[in-house]
Design a protein around this ligand. Structure first.
Ligand SMILES: [Zn+2]
Length: 136
């Protein structure tokens, strides 16, 4: 990816981390942004040894459903079975939470490597006061 495009994504991700109060992720991301900005990250993967990379930024865009990656992972109801393996995968302990973040989690089926998101409603993030509460 072009460095300027990655810088823009890192900036956007930082805004999202801040709005979600994800401080432990925000500090290393700021360092990564500075390193990128000043040309201190020079290999093809744009990696800095903070275990942050272009791939990490893109993965966070997918997890937080930021454009243009908002549809990278399907969103499934909490506790839903694997779409490929069915309830058997859950019964066999094949479903694992790979990552959690404010507002959701990424679930992976170890049997078939399917991945999806389970997302809490926006109102629980505390920024939906002007958003109508969905009726269930
Ligand atoms: Zn599966």
């Amino acid at each position: 990816m072009d460095r300027d495009a990655l810088l823009a994504m890192v900036h956007r991700l930082g805004e999202e981390f801040r709005s979600r109060d994800m401080r432990t992720h925000l500090a290393p991301l700021r360092i990564y942004w500075l390193a990128l900005r000043h040309g201190l990250v020079q290999d093809d993967a744009h990696a800095l040894h903070l275990t942050l990379s272009e791939e990490t930024v893109v993965e966070w865009f997918k997890l937080l459903r930021l454009p243009p990656y908002q549809k990278a992972y399907p969103v499934r109801p909490t506790g839903a079975p694997c779409p490929a393996c069915g309830p058997r995968a859950a019964a066999d302990g094949e479903l694992t939470t790979e990552r959690t973040f404010p507002g959701g989690r990424k679930v992976v089926c170890l049997s078939c490597r399917s991945a999806w998101l389970e997302v809490e409603s926006v109102t629980r993030l505390g920024r939906g006061s002007d958003v109508p509460v969905p009726r269930r």
